[in-house]
Design a protein around this ligand. Structure first.
Ligand code: CAA
Length: 400
């Protein structure tokens, strides 16, 4: 029998987590009041019932690549690209069955060739998988940094119940040792169940969803990953200063949190849920569902709010239909306010161009040609990157 070598004693583990966070969103915005006026819905259903005020709409020359590159560019401008040996691109609105959208972003941003780039998919959950994979890589070599990009354009059929829960945004996270924003803790609760609550077959550009089933599946996943989180030695619910949930619509975060309170034997009153959730909804309420980016938009809104979170633990619930979910905790790093990009984020949201209903409908129905021919795409977005043409089955991007 061979004797296994004794592993070396572990050295001190540095804190690992999110060093910087940057967001980008679609060029256009459709207020829910405009949608309600068109379809005869009482606007209260949108504003109060699902908690949405408006949704971002991508321009014809925007896609997950241009949004992802726009989100990540400020991180590279501030921190450079040295030691970024891994780029993870999380999306469920992929543009290619083989090539990672991350490789286009890698090129647009001039990232080092000595890097690996992959695309990850599991509905809205994949960015959290990317974050956890990044932490594993950095634990192996704390000098490395990982760029995690979550980018999605959410589309449902026109005149369907899901239409009011569309959106478009990207979040880029620079993950490193000794982070400036958020130190991610080890215990993590995970949950997977094979359910058909939301999916998009390869031949469709808009998602299919069983709305009520999707809410039930989300709530089951909340129970499942919280149960596993506690079994992994996680914190008590009372420890958390706030909770960032995946927000397909902001009311869903309240439903999920009340469900968790009830499951853990706590009172489920509105005030308690409001105190835990309200500050995380500011971006999602006006951007709409950004799928993989949504839970990290909740984080951006929380950190950019008025509450002082120095040293406070925050709970994260990342859900992706189908379904996979994860609950984890992270501690806000003292002094985090100095690393926020509040002004740029608000400018991106406030700078969107409002659509009227016919213009929104025209954008929604226009699909990119699939004939493999040469097609120029008219300039619409004023963002730093645009999809300029299709040529020989290839997407051609332009940097401004
Ligand atoms: N004033 C105030 N509230 C009103 C109202 C009014 N005039 N009219 C209706 N409401 C309330 C309803 O009471 C309801 O509230 P509760 O859920 O608290 O009961 C709420 O508005 C919505 O009403 P309905 O359930 O009747 O709405 P709907 O049938 O149009 O469907 C939806 C809503 C299921 C969210 C639909 O928009 C949808 O299918 N969206 C896409 C799927 C989705 O987002 N699912 C979430 C979980 S899955 C997930 O998280 C992954 C993902 O990203 C997709």
């Amino acid at each position: 029998m061979t004797t296994l070598p004794t592993p070396p004693a572990p050295g001190p583990t540095p804190a690992i987590g999110i060093h910087d966070l940057s967001l980008a969103t679609g060029h256009f915005v459709l207020p829910h009041a405009t949608l309600a006026a068109h379809n005869g819905t009482d606007v209260g259903k949108y504003h109060i019932g699902i908690g949405q005020r408006s949704m971002s709409v991508a321009a014809a020359d925007e896609d997950i690549v241009t949004l992802g590159a726009a989100a990540a560019a400020p991180l590279i401008a501030t921190h450079g690209s040295d030691n970024i040996r891994t780029v993870v691109f999380a999306t469920e609105s992929s543009i290619d069955q083989a090539k990672s959208a991350g490789v286009y972003v890698h090129s647009l941003l001039g990232l080092p060739s000595a890097s690996r780039v992959v695309e990850l998919k599991q509905a809205c959950y994949a960015a959290t998988a990317g974050l956890q994979f990044a932490i594993g890589l950095i634990r192996r070599d704390p000098t490395q940094r990982v760029l995690v990009i979550a980018s999605d354009v959410s589309r449902y059929d026109l005149d369907s119940p899901g239409e009011a829960t569309q959106g478009a945004a990207a979040v880029a996270l620079l993950v490193s040792a000794d982070p400036a924003l958020l130190a991610v803790e080890d215990p993590s609760g995970v949950f997977t169940a094979d359910v058909m609550d939301f999916w998009r077959p390869n031949y469709r550009t808009a998602a299919l969803v069983d709305g009520q089933e999707s809410i039930t599946a989300y709530l089951q996943a909340v129970e499942g990953c919280w149960k596993d989180y506690t079994e992994q030695g996680g914190r008590d619910l009372e420890d958390f200063a706030a909770f960032c949930y995946h927000q397909p619509f902001t009311k869903m975060a309240y439903k999920a949190h009340r469900h968790l309170l009830n499951y853990t034997g706590h009172a489920t009153d509105e005030d308690r849920a409001y105190a835990a959730i309200a500050r995380t909804t500011a971006y999602n309420a006006v951007i709409g569902n950004s799928y993989t980016a949504s839970v990290y938009l909740a984080l951006a809104a929380l950190l950019e709010g008025e509450q002082d979170l120095d040293g406070r633990p925050v709970g994260f619930l990342s859900y992706g239909s189908g379904s996979v979910a994860e609950f984890f905790a992270a501690t806000v790093v003292p002094g985090y306010r100095d690393a926020l990009r509040t002004q740029a984020h608000r400018a991106a949201v406030d700078g969107r161009t409002e659509l009227d209903y016919p213009a929104y409908r025209a954008l929604h129905t226009a699909v990119l040609p699939t004939d493999g021919g040469d097609h120029r795409i008219a300039a619409q977005t004023t963002g730093p990157f645009r999809l300029a043409a299709l040529r020989g089955h290839k997407r051609i991007y332009e940097t401004r």
